[in-house]
Design a binder for this molecule. Structure first.
Ligand code: SLL
Length: 217
């Protein structure tokens, strides 16, 4: 098969992590950093469980807030990350580019840079001296990839060759089990929303019933 033909009826996906960590500047760091800067942070794109994504990712471009000097940062070799200091949270545009031979368009993600403890793990983050982590799990799907990408990805399978690990471990949270847990949470939330809609429908119906049975004076 010629390298520039598509492999029909084939879909290959690759998990990827887009995230940031951050921590408050120490007194000494604050003295060296620009005025008003409160945190040091790192935005990154990396493989799950240490997969070397540079086998199929050519470069990553991070577009920072315009308050930064040279806000467009291009990283052409791993680790695909940018470390900075600053004072505020903002959305970072993350563009992932593939090899030209892959004929795949660049993909764009947005990551909200988190500096302050948040969510259910807020207390834990505060207790760790304000070390904050915010990581999004993404799956890149190559639909009917070109022969080049097909070969590249099949020669470099992730994990044991069967994709994500079956169960989560403290150091390896992203697994088939976590995926199932998330799907279960979504199902539960959908059922709750349906129940609430049903409850309000019945309330409306009973109010309408009361109104129509009230005699007009
Ligand atoms: C905010 N909308 O108001 C956001 C903007 C921008 C953060 C945050 C840059 C520091 C510098 C910096 O931290 N920008 O180099 O001047 O919270």
């Amino acid at each position: 098969m010629a390298p520039n033909t598509r492999v029909s009826k084939c879909q290959i996906s690759r998990p990827i992590l887009v995230g940031n960590d951050a921590k408050p500047l120490t007194k000494e760091e604050k003295e060296k950093a620009p005025t008003d800067h409160t945190h040091t942070w790192r935005i990154f794109v990396e493989g799950v469980d240490g997969e070397d994504i540079s086998k199929w990712v050519r470069k990553v471009v991070f577009k920072l807030h315009d308050t930064y000097n040279n806000p467009t940062r291009t990283i052409e070799s791993p680790p695909f990350e940018v470390t900075e200091t600053g004072w505020g949270e903002f959305d970072i545009m993350v563009r992932i580019f593939f090899a030209p031979e892959a004929h795949e368009k660049a993909l764009t993600f947005y990551h909200h840079l988190k500096l302050h403890p948040y969510g259910p793990r807020m207390e834990e983050m505060k207790a760790s001296g304000g070390l904050v982590e915010s990581v999004q799990y993404e799956e890149i799907v190559f639909n009917e990839p070109f022969e080049y990408t097909y070969k590249l990805l099949s020669q470099n399978p992730i994990g044991d060759g069967h994709g994500l690990a079956v169960e989560s471990e403290p150091d390896h949270p992203f697994s088939q089990q976590l995926e199932q847990d998330e799907a279960d949470k979504l199902d539960f939330a959908i059922q709750e929303v349906k129940k609430t809609i049903e409850m309000y429908k019945q309330q409306v119906q009973s109010l309408q019933g009361q109104k129509s049975s009230t005699p007009v004076e």
